[in-house]
Design a protein around this ligand. Structure first.
Ligand code: PSV
Ligand code: MN
Length: 427
């Protein structure tokens, strides 16, 4: 299903007047504070967030999976879904593939299809956390860290193959997330496991094309429950440094123990020029993969505060970041959930862009704790939604993507086209 430009235009007409009024009011308010709305809008319009190919269907828990109907049954349909999100928002201009869940059969045709939706291929993701049919060695006890040379080599070769797929599609990065670890004390020699992981990553790194990046994810637990080889940002940072200048740490918001100060991690990594990108989601307890901003919107804002500061004060030349969503949808329509996530990311970004940074620094300089807090909360409590709408209007997107999605009856049509019981590949 393709959403035509005229449909969007027609839809926007209905809301144009009320939008114009609320935007004019906010513009005035921001200009009084010395903020140029045009600058903020330009930066908002630049932000493109990649949609993961594994988040377009109903996610499973270990207790079950309930299909939403009309789920994409193959890679082409996944691209079609991301194309739809991008047409509605003009802010999801990339898709991130997980191999082997989404192996392109004909890379040239896949690329052409993506281009027709104005999409590019973001990071490719390897999967050494599941065994595939007919695999000669098992990842049950690890992959890149495995005690056995054959298992390690199999996992290294898989990552090299993933890079090859990515090259053909025009990707410029690979994300490595390992489930490697142990569930019982004594099971693993920590140092040996980490050493082996480092060597394996270095072998993969050797196959990285000149203009590519390698992102290394960390996670404190799950599926292993006692130790994870790359448990935290420090370990990922250490490994990225051991690999070289094209390797970076990737922060997945769900991969932290409760109450971890993620914004401080962002600050440190950007200072070191080693922050590669993000997997956005939200959580209450662990890696819950909930809709971005649904539980802790203030934390998301504080993270964006550090990101904006880091981008504007960048002594170590931290490269542009890879923005991705990594979520699972058990209850809601996955596409609606992704629309909400895209909105939450832009909201937090817009709020961070309107912080009065001079006043904030002055307050810090004078140890004026109250005013420092005020500066942040002033921005966070501003309703910046008219800015988001204006950014969409200027880029040809729908003023209210979710509303249009509903009005068009997208899910009903997808069910008609693809069937009520379809299962997308993924977790
Ligand atoms: C693992 O929890 C993770 O965050 C990694 O990014 C995986 O690649 C992704 O989820 C999908 O399983
Ligand atoms: Mn992730």
């Amino acid at each position: 299903m393709r959403v035509q430009q005229e449909t969007i235009h027609h839809f926007n007409e209905k809301y144009r007047r009320s939008h114009a009024d609320t935007f004019a009011f906010l513009k005035l308010q921001l200009e009084d504070q010395g903020i140029s709305t045009d600058d903020v809008l330009a930066r908002l319009m630049e932000l493109q967030v990649a949609i993961p190919s594994w988040a377009l269907g109903a996610g499973g828990t270990r207790f079950g999976r309930f299909s939403t109907g009309g789920e994409p049954g193959n890679l082409d349909q996944k691209i079609e879904d991301v194309g739809l999100l991008h047409a509605l928002t003009r802010s999801a201009g990339a898709i991130s593939l997980h191999i082997p869940w989404d192996i392109p059969q004909d890379t040239a045709a896949t690329k052409e299809l993506a281009t027709s939706y104005d999409l590019i291929f973001d990071a490719v993701n390897s999967n050494t956390f599941q065994d595939q049919n007919g695999q000669p060695y098992s990842y049950k006890f690890g992959s890149l860290c495995h005690a056995g040379k054959e298992e390690r080599q199999l996992a290294i070769d898989h990552n090299i193959e993933v890079i090859q797929y990515g090259r053909e599609l025009g990707s410029k990065s690979i994300t490595v997330w390992l489930a490697d670890g142990s569930s019982f004390p004594g099971q693993l020699n920590f140092r040996h496991a980490l050493e082996r992981t480092q060597e394996s990553l270095q072998s993969i790194y050797k196959h990285l094309p000149e203009d590519w990046k390698m992102y290394i994810e960390y996670k404190p637990y799950e599926p292993n429950f006692y130790s994870t080889v790359i448990q935290d940002w420090g370990t990922s940072f250490l490994l990225a440094n051991a690999c070289g200048p094209k390797a970076f740490t990737l922060v997945d918001l769900g991969h932290h123990l409760p109450n971890t100060n993620i914004e401080q991690i962002v600050s440190t990594l950007m200072w070191q020029g080693k922050l590669g990108g993000f997997h956005f989601n939200d959580s209450k307890y662990g890696d819950d993969d909930l809709t971005v901003g649904s539980i802790k919107p203030y934390q998301l804002f504080l993270i964006f505060n550090e990101l904006v500061y880091g981008m504007e004060n960048n002594p170590s030349n931290n490269p542009e970041l890879a923005w991705m969503i990594d979520a699972s949808h058990n209850l809601k329509d996955p596409l609606e959930d992704l629309l909400q996530s895209l909105e939450a990311i832009r909201l937090a970004y817009a709020q961070a862009l309107i912080i009065d940074r001079e006043a904030l620094e002055a307050a810090r300089q004078h140890n004026d704790v109250t005013m420092a807090q005020e500066m942040l909360q002033q921005a966070f409590r501003t309703d910046v939604r008219p800015l988001l709408r204006e950014a969409r209007l200027r880029s040809g997107a729908a003023l209210d993507p979710l509303q249009l999605f509903r009005e068009l009856g997208v899910r009903k049509q997808l069910i008609r086209d693809r069937g009520a019981i379809t299962v997308a590949t993924g977790l």
